[in-house]
Write a protein that binds this ligand. Structure first.
Ligand code: AMP
Ligand code: ZN
Ligand code: FE
Ligand code: FE
Length: 290
């Protein structure tokens, strides 16, 4: 049965509330999804509740408690001739949401998100694109604020053609309204997930230019897996990842990184799925950290 291990709700920058996400997962015929919101576990209980009350037991998608943490790494860019910062996302699976210190850490990350989003709005205003802060918060629907919410506000105000256009023109790393969030290292993200009793997986390595080096660097931190199947990994990246996974005994995972059409117009839930056995392997890895 197909499993999508990378799904966002409106607890972070996904479009739909947890119950709606679960209904869609069931319609897509998925037997399990992992709720992997950015820096928050707020969507997990609602998703589990919705699955339990909406469907008979044999039709309930399993809801795996997950998280996606944003770390940053610095690498030397030979083209620019200087150090640049790279977003590194680390997924956590079977996390224990009440683990000591975990919610405090997530709370700090979400506070940083607010400060950073306000700094991005200052830059956008200076570029002649003033946005209303309260409107960004409304779009975020009380969830962890992220650049996709700002992108949607830019679209609404007519400053961009689409959400991806907002990223290309202003919000991408290095873009004119970009603000970095240098708080957590990739090692720190892996450690935090382990402290929460979860298995740590490098997300969408196709977006990380130095992923082979980074994966090797994270082996001593006991990185548990790599997200080989993701819309952002091309064939070449997937082949490299398979070799690395087998060399370092990493769990091979996969997911669509579903956010809803308003954020990622062409990504359907379940369009990318995990290999057989990934869920059991992640569960076993997570058990080592309890
Ligand atoms: P943030 O969490 O604020 O750093 O924003 C990063 C999030 O923006 C990612 O997790 C994606 O959900 C989304 N994102 C990044 N690039 C794009 C893009 N080109 N188009 C749409 N969404 C994007
Ligand atoms: Zn996202
Ligand atoms: Fe991500
Ligand atoms: Fe994601």
């Amino acid at each position: 049965m197909p499993v999508d291990l990378h799904v966002h709700t409106n607890a972070s920058d996904g479009q739909y509330p947890p119950a709606e996400v679960v209904a869609r997962a069931q319609r897509e015929g998925l037997s399990a999804i992992a709720i992997t919101d950015h820096d928050t576990t707020a969507g997990i209980a609602a998703a589990q509740h919705a699955a339990a009350v909406s469907f008979p037991p044999y039709e309930q998608p399993q809801i795996i408690p997950g998280i996606e943490l944003s770390a940053e790494d610095t690498v030397f860019d030979p083209v620019k001739g200087r150090e640049t910062s790279i977003d590194v996302h680390v997924l956590g699976y079977f996390i224990q949401i009440d683990a000591p210190g975990f919610q405090d850490a997530l709370h700090r990350f979400r506070d940083d998100r607010l400060t950073r989003a306000q700094a991005i709005l200052v830059k956008l205003a200076a570029l002649g694109m003033p946005l209303v802060w309260e409107r960004v918060l409304e779009i975020a629907q009380g969830g962890a604020v992220g650049r996709p919410h700002i992108a949607r506000a830019l679209l609404e105000a007519g400053f961009v053609e689409s959400v991806p256009d907002a990223f290309d023109r202003y919000l991408r790393a290095g873009g004119s309204a970009y603000v970095a969030r240098a708080r957590l290292s990739p090692e720190g993200a892996v450690a935090l997930i382990h402290q929460a009793g979860g298995a740590a997986v490098l997300a969408h390595p196709g977006y990380v230019p130095h992923y082979p080096r980074l994966i090797e660097r994270l082996i001593p931190s006991q990185l548990d897996g790599v997200e080989i199947w993701h819309p952002g990994n091309n064939e070449h990246v997937r082949a490299n990842l398979k070799a690395l996974a087998s060399r370092y005994n990493l769990v091979e995972t996969g997911g669509s990184d579903y956010h809803g059409e308003a954020v990622k117009p062409d990504i359907r839930m379940g369009s990318v799925t995990a290999p057989q056995g990934a869920v059991a392997a992640l569960k076993e890895r997570a058990a080592q950290f309890r």
